[in-house]
Write a protein that binds this ligand. Structure first.
Ligand code: NAI
Length: 303
């Protein structure tokens, strides 16, 4: 395949002052993208603000001969999220790529979690992804082109102790992107989700330093860059990446069991078939809720 480039394309990367976002911004700027480097610059758990991280990444991109502009607004409010996208419009007149990456952690067991920990995580991750996407989408629709990559987590897709707030927000992002991919399809606006693993400030709170140093954010960036490129043609998909491993994750529905609804369907009938109902062999993915509904109803011979 010819080299993937982003000449003429404008990208907004949220939370790009460090970690994964910085790696995405540097990779795409190095391949010709004009990048808005957004970062609020607070602490890992969402306190304070600092313009230094975003500015440093902009300086790095410029020193390497690339083009970039800094933005220090928070993704977590509708007004400030609009300013992030407006930065791209003001500097470069368009936005082709949005990477929703900004994030914080407030891990606690459900028993110990304060309501504020839940709300803060939901607002940065889920609200932030929704707000930035909503602000960028009209521009992408108008120009008939867009690439949106949002960031989920294994904690949401598979669950993790002490991350009920974060897991809920991250799986919410998967649902959000599945719907945006449907709404963007006819305008060539593709929306996918990355489930990354990398040594960063966030994972330094839970992983040993020797692992943090080895599993570099740069190992995730190539698949994210592909999802942001013209060469990408898939939408509504989830990809996992970390430490040189790349894969696709999906929600799959097994072949299930079917009872004739003309007769009473009892609890016992369902329980008797649990083994068969649990099986995923021969299962399938659905491209949309409508497709899944049509499939279920086709078994009933309704459609
Ligand atoms: P990081 O802490 O290095 O980067 C996150 C950046 O987001 C920080 O620079 C921070 O200042 C910025 N940020 C936080 N709140 C913001 C707000 N309201 N508005 C704008 N910027 C804000 O952490 P990392 O690991 O690079 O995280 C990037 C994304 O990847 C996050 O969404 C995180 O939840 C997700 N993730 C990371 C994993 C990993 O293994 N590092 C695993 C799964 C998900």
């Amino acid at each position: 395949m010819a080299g993937i480039r982003f000449d003429g394309r404008v990208a907004v990367v949220t939370g790009a002052g460090g970690g994964l976002g910085r790696a995405y911004a540097l990779l795409m700027a190095g391949r010709g993208a004009k990048v808005v480097v957004n970062d609020l610059g607070g602490t890992f758990d969402g306190g304070g603000a600092d313009s230094t991280p975003a500015q440093k990444v902009v300086d790095e991109i410029k020193a390497a001969g690339g083009e970039a502009a800094a933005n220090y607004d928070s993704v977590a409010d509708w007004e400030s999220a609009q300013k992030i996208i407006q930065t791209a419009m003001d500097h470069y007149g368009r936005i082709d790529i949005l990477i929703n990456n900004a994030g914080i952690l407030r891990d606690k067991s459900l028993i110990k979690m304060e309501i504020e920990d839940y709300r803060k995580i939901m607002s940065v991750h889920l609200d932030g992804t929704f707000f930035c996407t909503k602000a960028a989408f009209p521009h992408m629709r108008e120009q008939g082109y867009g690439r949106i990559v949002s960031t989920a987590s294994a904690a949401g897709v598979y669950g993790n102790f002490g991350q009920t707030n974060y897991g809920a927000a991250k799986m919410g992002i998967v649902g959000l992107m599945s719907c945006v991919s449907q709404e963007g399809a006819k305008y060539s606006v593709l929306a996918n989700t990355i489930v990354p693993s990398a040594g960063t400030r966030l994972t330094a709170t839970v992983l040993p330093m020797e692992i943090i140093e080895k599993v570099r954010p740069e190992y995730v960036a190539p698949i994210v860059a592909w999802m942001c490129s013209e060469q990408c043609t898939v939408s509504g998909k989830i990809f996992t990446a970390g430490g040189g491993y790349f894969s696709r994750a999906a929600v799959v529905e097994g072949p299930g069991v079917f009872f004739n609804p003309d007769q009473e369907i009892t609890v016992e009938m369902v329980v008797d078939k649990l083994d068969q109902l649990m099986k995923l062999e021969g299962g399938q993915e659905f491209a949309s809720a409508m497709e899944q509904t049509a499939y279920a109803l086709s078994k009933m011979n309704v459609w």
